[in-house]
Design a binder for this molecule. Structure first.
Ligand SMILES: Nc1ncnc2c1ncn2[C@@H]1O[C@H](COP(=O)(O)OP(=O)(O)O)[C@@H](O)[C@H]1O
Ligand SMILES: [Mg+2]
Length: 485
């Protein structure tokens, strides 16, 4: 079936040219009248012009209504078929009047009946076209029969032809008109029906094609997502191994550096009074090419910087170890996400306290299976990211929502109204060591570790971020089987 609205639209377009054609007809009528007048034909010109004026008025009405609908847009309530029926009937009536005032059977305008049945076939359904054709023929027949019997005056173009007085002639013309009308209706409506059937078939196959192509697109998208996930997991696995090795290698030296730093600090504390006395006795005394007062002033800072450097290295190593550990299989405890959220909020209280935190937690949330600690680690990483994204903003809001989705999975949304992320950042969000916070000591491991943990829990994570508006991360996990059943 061709879309009804589509057909209405098409019909509506045809009505447009039908109205334009009528302007042409009025001009033609005026021209023919003028010619007859010039050649001195005796006709009721006043009446013919009145019919022309009537056609002009109703066509103006059709035109204005058509334009109004065009501006408003076409809706189902607009019935183009009804309008087409009305217009064609009005035309038959005025055409019959023109035929009557312009010579009856001899008026060449009777050809316009044929034109109208063709137009009708383009716009109406077959039974309607037949009814219209019959209506036209009856009108014509009525006029010529009434004229023949003298019940209506006959306005002859020139001499009243003797033929006109012959009933046979009138019958022959009427029969010819009837046969031509029927043949045209039969032929044109068959062609139009055929075209409509073809159109319906084409629309049907193009709808099928569209559906197929959208299915294909969806499958393609899914494939790409899966591929990305695979690449991500691959990266995590190899990086996990690498970082475990590295963390182990760095851990030993860093520990003795930290120990030695402590000893060095204490040694300095004991040595400095002795060196002070020596410097007093020997003005111009230098240490490491620095004058002693300068050295004395900076040595404490130097040592402090070195200490904090080693603490930072130790922190990084700890993060790396955590990252490496994310490959371990998760503990199969029953985890209440709402509880994990509470614990995580307490843990990062200091970091997020300057922002407004809104919690909308579903009290009937089913539990999930996994490790409460590691789920907590994921929530903490996201809370810290949100707080860092909000920075010093006064109107920062962090929202946490838990719910059970229609697919039976438990989901947790963590949203902030921070600066959001660019497409590029979103693409690389879960890449190990990807960070935009190099200057403030970001490691870029928070979300890649979180990603690994979420995967271990058969969960998924989705990012929705708009620059200047904020970021929402939605985690979802399957319900623990004994819980969900
Ligand atoms: N809520 C957020 N708003 C804006 N950007 C974020 C948000 N969460 C993460 N990001 C971006 O993702 C990057 C990676 O995050 P993460 O893996 O936690 O590493 P890090 O926080 O150490 O940079 C961040 O550097 C930041 O650019
Ligand atoms: Mg982070």
């Amino acid at each position: 079936m061709v879309d009804r609205l589509f057909l209405e639209k098409e019909l509506f377009g045809r009505l447009g040219w039908f109205i334009r054609m009528r302007w042409g007809f009025i001009a033609g009528l005026l021209f023919a009248t003028l010619l007859c007048r010039l050649f001195g034909v005796d006709l009721p010109y006043g009446r013919i012009l009145a019919v022309g004026g009537l056609i002009f008025i109703y066509n103006l009405g059709f035109f204005l209504r058509h334009r109004a609908i065009e501006r408003k847009g076409i809706h189902y309530t607009w019935r183009a078929q009804r309008a087409a029926n009305l217009q064609i009937c009005a035309d038959y009536l005025s055409l019959t009047a023109v035929v009557h005032y312009g010579g009856g059977v001899d008026n060449p305008f009777i050809l316009l009946y044929l034109l109208h049945v063709m137009i009708g076939s383009l716009m109406l359904r077959r039974p309607q076209v037949w009814a219209q054709g019959l209506f036209a023929f009856l009108l014509f027949l009525a006029v010529v029969v009434l004229e023949y019997h003298g019940l209506l005056p006959h306005y002859a173009v020139g001499e009243v032809s003797p033929r006109y007085q012959s009933a046979w002639y009138i019958l022959a013309v009427s029969a010819a008109l009837l046969v031509t009308l029927c043949s045209i209706i039969y032929m044109s409506s068959a062609i139009i029906q055929d075209l409509r059937d073809r159109e319906a078939r084409i629309t049907h196959s193009s709808a099928l094609l569209e559906k197929k192509s959208s299915d294909l697109e969806a499958a393609n998208r899914e494939l790409r997502e899966k591929q990305q996930q695979l690449v991500q997991s691959e990266k995590l696995v190899s990086l996990g191994r690498l970082s475990a090795g590295m963390a182990h290698e760095i851990n030993n030296p860093i520990q003795f550096i930290q120990g030695n730093m402590r000893i060095l600090g204490e040694a300095m504390d004991s040595m400095l009074p002795v060196v002070d006395r020596h410097a007093e006795a020997h003005p111009g005394f230098k240490v490491a090419r620095l004058s002693y007062p300068v050295f004395r002033q900076h040595i404490a800072t130097l040592l402090k910087d070195m200490s904090s450097g080693t603490v930072r290295i130790a922190d990084i190593v700890r993060d790396l170890k955590k990252f490496a550990r994310s490959e371990e299989p998760s503990v199969a405890d029953l985890v209440d996400l709402n509880e994990s959220i509470g614990a995580s909020l307490r843990l990062v209280h200091n970091k997020i306290k300057r922002h407004k935190v809104i919690c909308e937690l579903d009290p009937d949330l089913p539990k999930i299976r996994g490790s409460a600690n590691r789920i907590g680690q994921v929530i903490v990483a996201n809370l810290i990211n949100a707080a860092e994204a909000l920075g010093d903003r006064q109107d920062g809001v962090i929202e946490l929502r838990t719910s059970t989705g229609p697919d039976g999975r438990v989901s947790l949304c963590i949203a902030d109204n921070g600066p959001g992320m660019t497409e590029e950042v979103q693409q690389r969000l879960f890449d190990p060591f990807f960070t935009t916070k190099q200057n403030s000591g970001g490691m870029g491991l928070g979300l890649s570790v979180a990603y690994g943990i979420i995967k271990d829990h058969q969960g998924s994570i989705e990012v929705d971020s708009k620059l200047g508006e904020g970021t929402t991360l939605t985690l979802s996990f399957p319900v623990a089987r004994s819980e969900g059943a």
